[in-house]
Write a protein that binds this ligand. Structure first.
Ligand SMILES: Nc1ncnc2c1ncn2[C@@H]1O[C@H](COP(=O)(O)OP(=O)(O)OP(=O)(O)O)[C@@H](O)[C@H]1O
Ligand SMILES: O=C(O)C1=C[C@@H](O)[C@@H](O)[C@H](O)C1
Ligand SMILES: [Mg+2]
Length: 172
């Protein structure tokens, strides 16, 4: 049987990786996995708790080992954590193991989509979420672009329509 291919979603908090990833997996009959959820499942703690106890560095180590392991699979849609691309090892891994899709999302949409949800520790600080997201985007946008095979905008269409647009751009 031909090798089943993988789709890896990258992009900032609020881009819709988890939401669009589910639609993609349903429509393509692939397995959906989410590195944040997998870390929560394995630790039995939510992401904020992992950050509290192990610090961001501890979380990043877990993220790298989970993504390395999940990308061994075939036939998955993987929603990656928003900061995972900062690791060169993760970027290399994603490029080697599947099609990388960057969900490009303006800051105002990221703010709107994340403001009611308190589960993102990097946004639960004194610094306004908008400023944090701008600062992160300056470091990370070039990395999302570098690793991407396909770039789609997620601000003008529903998650389902964005998933269809991604499918139309895939050659499988
Ligand atoms: N295309 C879209 N249009 C409108 N709302 C969307 C769209 N994509 C996602 N959303 C909404 O935005 C919120 C954040 O989406 P989601 O949790 O999928 O983002 P994420 O990229 O996985 O973020 P994180 O990196 O923090 O895990 C959710 O409430 C989701 O329903
Ligand atoms: O952008 C980030 O660094 C993060 C994004 C989320 O997916 C989680 O991985 C966590 O909240 C950190
Ligand atoms: Mg997510």
């Amino acid at each position: 049987m031909a090798e089943k291919r993988n789709i890896f979603l990258v992009g900032p908090m609020g881009a819709g990786k988890s939401t669009i990833g589910r639609h993609l997996a349903d429509q393509l009959h692939l397995q959906f996995v989410d590195s944040d959820q997998e870390i929560e499942r394995r630790t039995g703690a939510d992401i904020a708790w992992v950050f509290d106890i192990e610090g961001e560095e501890g979380f990043r180590q877990r993220e790298e080992s989970v993504i390395t392991e999940l990308t061994e699979k075939q036939g998955i849609v993987l929603a990656t954590g928003g900061g995972s691309v900062v690791s060169k090892e993760i970027r290399n891994r994603l490029s080697a193991r599947g099609i990388v899709v960057y969900l490009e999302t303006p800051i105002e949409k990221q703010v709107a989509r994340t403001q009611r949800d308190k589960r993102r520790p990097l946004l639960q600080t004194e610094e306004p979420a908008r400023d944090v997201l701008i600062r992160l985007s300056e470091e990370r946008n070039p990395l999302y672009e570098e690793v991407a095979d396909i770039v789609v905008k997620t601000d003008e269409q529903s998650a389902r329509v964005v998933a269809n647009e991604i499918i139309s751009k895939l050659d499988f």
